[in-house]
Design a protein around this ligand. Structure first.
Ligand code: ADP
Ligand code: ADP
Length: 228
């Protein structure tokens, strides 16, 4: 678990209007922050800057107080779950979840990998599907595999980009409950992009509202959605 501090973050693509414009936010250790705003307001760009997939034009990004602007993604030790899951189709569920550990060559023994994969799949109720390939899973199961891949490594924080938007209403409800449960168990710092008010209300400690790259408001979900 880690704190994440955004200090005057700016992202410019070419010489256009900044996609992210002077965003400052302190995210506490263990906090669950929901990021909302209209399409094109810079939500994905901000997540990608935090995880290290996008260069920071100016400003500072701190993790546990250390400036990480120039750190490679794998040295930031954050886990991102994308909208489209990005699972490896030729690998089984087990190997998809184990993948981030195998990437850190030699750091984990086969035994350690096995323990971690089984712990993650038990938490996400994937135990019975470990030998299957993604093509043979439902949308909700695929989404859980993507989550499993994120939690297997015990990253310092999770970044979710509309992780439930491709699911039908029933699965979305189930996954929302599972994410809430996972959050209670793991308590990991999370930044979560969504358009869904129910997700914001059930999962979020705070909601950050982005508009045209500018952070307009940060408030508790109740203050934001339930005020007259
Ligand atoms: P959101 O996730 O809120 O929909 P994005 O972060 O994807 O918004 O995009 C923010 C703005 O930056 C948009 O105007 C988008 O067109 C622009 N943008 C995003 N990615 C790129 C890119 N790789 N090159 C140029 N412009 C981009
Ligand atoms: P989202 O569903 O998050 O809104 P987008 O359609 O904005 O996704 O972006 C999908 C991909 O296209 C991203 O990788 C983003 O960087 C890229 N992209 C978005 N806008 C532009 C742009 N104006 N020019 C170049 N690439 C862009």
């Amino acid at each position: 678990m880690s704190s994440i501090t955004l200090k005057n973050l700016v992202k410019k693509y070419g010489d256009g209007f900044p996609a992210v414009n002077d965003v400052s936010l302190d995210i506490a250790d263990g906090e669950f922050v929901i990021l909302v705003g209209p399409s094109g307001c810079g939500k994905s760009t901000l997540l990608r800057m935090i995880v290290g997939l996008e260069d920071i034009t100016s400003g500072d990004l701190l993790i546990d107080g250390d400036r990480v602007n120039d750190k490679a993604p794998r040295d930031r030790d954050l886990a991102m779950v994308f909208q489209n899951y990005a699972l490896y189709p030729h690998l089984t569920v087990y190997e998809n979840i184990a993948f981030p550990l195998r990437l850190q060559r030699g750091q984990y023994s086969d035994e350690e990998i096995d323990t971690r994969v089984r712990r993650a799949s038990s938490l996400l109720e994937l135990d019975e599907h470990l030998d299957r390939k993604p093509a043979n899973l439902s949308g909700g199961q695929r989404q859980r595999v993507a989550m499993g891949r994120a939690i297997v490594r015990q990253a310092r924080a999770f970044l979710f980009d509309e992780p439930l938007s491709n699911l039908d209403a029933k699965l979305r409800g189930q996954m929302r409950t599972e994410i809430a449960r996972m959050q209670r168990r793991l308590g990991t710092t999370t930044v979560y992009v969504t358009h869904d008010q129910t997700e914001a209300l059930t999962l979020g400690d705070r909601v950050a509202v982005l508009r045209k790259g500018v952070l307009q408001q940060v408030a508790s979900p109740r203050a934001l959605y339930e005020e007259p």
